[in-house]
Every structure is written in C-alpha cells, then in structure tokens.
Design a protein around this ligand. Structure first.
Ligand code: GAR
Length: 197
C-alpha cells in the first residue's frame, strides 16, 4: 500500500522539494503534509505550489515547554495519518517521548558524514578541522541527537578556498540526490544503506 509521508521543515525546503518531486509514478510513497515550526519558512509556499497540504506549529509560544510543543505537533500530524516522517531541515530537537512512538518510521538528513559533526555549523567545523571530504547522512531518528542507524551517505571533496557557504552548496546538491533515493528504499521497507557516489 502507498505510504503517506509528512515532511517537517524550518526553512527554504529544498530537500522537501526534492522529496516531493520524487514521489510520483510507481514510487511507493506520496506526500500528505508539509509542516513547519516557522510560519516564514520559504518551503511552505513551495509545498502549496505543489498542492501539498501545509501546517504551521510555532514553537515560540512553548518556550521551555518542549512537550507542550510536541503535543500540538503530534495532533497536527495525526490529522494526516502519515506512515513516515521525513525531517528535512527541521531545526528543533525532539524529545524522547515524541521520538519513541515514531521510531523506525522517522528519518532525518544531516549535513555531515555522521558520526562526525553532530549538531550545528557542520561545514565550518569540518573546514576548521582540515577535513579532505565532507558530505551528508540520512539516518533513522532516535532519541539521541543525530544518531540512529545510517540509511545513506554521500561524500564530496573539500576544495581549496572553500568557505562554509561553498561547501554547504556542494553538499546540498548531494542531499537532493541522496534523500529521495533513501526515502524510496525506506518506503519499500529496505533499510540497507546507500553510499554515494
Ligand atoms: C540542509 O542542509 C539539511 O541537511 C540541514 O538543513 C538544511 C536545510 O535546507 N539540516 C540540519 O542541519 C539538521 N540538523 P533545506 O531547507 O533547503 O532543505
């Protein structure tokens, strides 16, 4: 049966677009919701333009009350009965009580070659460390930040003169290839990792 996919974003949503645009034809999944914690997220208009239902759950009124925020998030998701959640540039840390019921059905893309550089500013940290290569990882979401079984990884070279911005752009191009490839496989029930290139 076709899998229903909710995509959570906070910003421009370029990964969301690559996922949505991949779910056509004989793809085993379809997008049913794009949800953002940020009403100004550029990705919301891109989802609307593609006819995907959107929702906003603003985290700011829940300052200090993560579980209150997640309760409303859960309700907004439940309206659309997703089978799979894709975090795609969703910049909120989720608590164990939210993650646990979704474990095995929620995946994330992170802009580093995990387990290196969990958290923020991954590209600046990779450059500072003098890495010869960088990349991105899609993984199952578990209660630990940026951990969980790897479902795919794509590598790019670090080039002389790279800035965090130039490196981020090179990695993002790979994210747009890796994430749809992993989602397709994951929706088919195959969790064997994909390594690109
Ligand atoms: C992507 O590079 C994604 O890997 C990263 O945010 C960017 C979102 O871009 N995610 C994280 O840093 C999660 N910790 P997008 O909105 O254009 O897809």
């Amino acid at each position: 049966m076709t899998k229903r996919v909710a995509i959570l974003i906070s910003g421009g949503g370029s990964n969301m677009v690559s996922l949505v645009d991949s779910m056509t034809g004989d793809h085993p999944a379809r997008p049913v919701l794009v949800l953002s914690n940020n009403e100004d997220a550029g990705g919301l208009a891109k989802a609307e333009a593609r006819g995907i239902p959107t929702a906003v759950v603003d985290h700011r009124p829940f300052r200090g009350d993560r579980e209150g925020f997640e309760g409303i998030l859960q309700e907004a998701l439940a309206c659309h009965t997703p089978d799979i959640i894709c975090l795609a540039g969703f910049m909120r840390v989720l608590t164990e009580s939210f993650v646990r019921p979704w474990q095995g059905r929620m995946i994330n893309i992170h802009p580093s070659l995990l387990p290196k550089y969990r958290g923020l500013n991954t590209h600046a940290r990779a450059l500072e460390a003098g890495e010869a290569e960088a990349g991105c990882t899609v993984h199952e979401v578990t209660a630990e930040l940026d951990e969980g079984p790897t479902l795919g990884q794509a590598r790019v070279p670090v080039l002389a003169g790279d800035t965090p911005g130039t490196l981020a752009a090179r990695v993002l191009d790979q994210e747009h290839i890796l994430y749809p490839a992993v989602l397709r496989r994951f929706a088919e029930g195959d969790r064997s990792p994909i390594y690109l290139p």
